[in-house]
Design a protein around this ligand. Structure first.
Ligand SMILES: C[S@@+](CC[C@H](N)C(=O)[O-])C[C@H]1O[C@@H](n2cnc3c(N)ncnc32)[C@H](O)[C@@H]1O
Length: 192
């Protein structure tokens, strides 16, 4: 069972620091669902106590999830999230070179190779120079295989992201939240 208050204010911030997200950042959470990451990210980017200006843009295709996320944000008095309901597009729809971090957790396996390449290039476009692309690829060959990732290794995934213009700067092995429960996984941090 997840203790959400602990996750939002203690465990998630430790992970965000470890994977290289800085206070004051603008972060796109693509495929945010009901905000298990977008909400603690929004708290974290303000320096954890609203002293710094940071923003999260939570992009999600399911309107029902956006509604749940908004309700949770209200409950935790979080007012620095912009919610975008994107109807399953692969576009991020923000200005070029305007974002510090694109965060994509447990979403990439939804897309085939061409779609993923579009998404990586879109992430690259919206990121500022030296911005970070941070992803938790789940459901690849050795990790509960599913859908478009079932035949790929983690190295294959790293390679396809590099081809789209990123350099891998860190691999973090950590405890994570997945489907409202705990799991161990590898987070990849790339630099533009
Ligand atoms: C397995 S969930 C992961 C949720 C969240 N990132 C997490 O790690 O807790 C994948 C989410 O991606 C969303 N999604 C899938 N394709 C999308 C797209 N093209 N645009 C926006 N959201 C998408 C799904 O609706 C779902 O909420």
């Amino acid at each position: 069972m997840v203790n959400w208050k602990n996750w939002f204010y203690k465990e998630a911030p430790e992970i965000f620091k470890e994977i290289g997200i800085e206070f004051g950042s603008s972060v796109v959470d693509f495929g945010a669902r009901e905000g298990d990451y977008a909400l603690p990210l929004a708290i974290y980017v303000t320096g954890n106590d609203k002293k710094v200006d940071g923003q999260v843009i939570a992009i999600e295709k399911e309107r029902k999830q956006i509604r749940k996320m908004k309700k949770r944000a209200k409950k935790y008095d979080i007012d620095n999230i912009k919610f975008i309901s994107n109807r399953a597009s692969l576009q991020i729809g923000l200005k070029s070179e305007s974002i510090d971090v694109v965060f994509i957790f447990d979403v990439l396996h939804y897309f085939d190779d061409e779609e993923r390449a579009i998404l990586y290039r879109e992430a690259h476009r919206v990121l500022k120079k030296c911005g970070k692309f941070i992803t938790y690829p789940h459901h690849y060959k050795d990790d509960h295989p599913l859908w478009h990732f079932s035949e790929l290794s983690l190295d294959d995934i790293i390679e396809e992201i590099k081809i789209c213009g990123f350099d891998l700067i860190k691999k973090t092995n950590t405890k994570l939240i997945h489907d409202h429960d705990w799991l161990k996984g590898k987070i990849l941090t790339f630099k533009k």
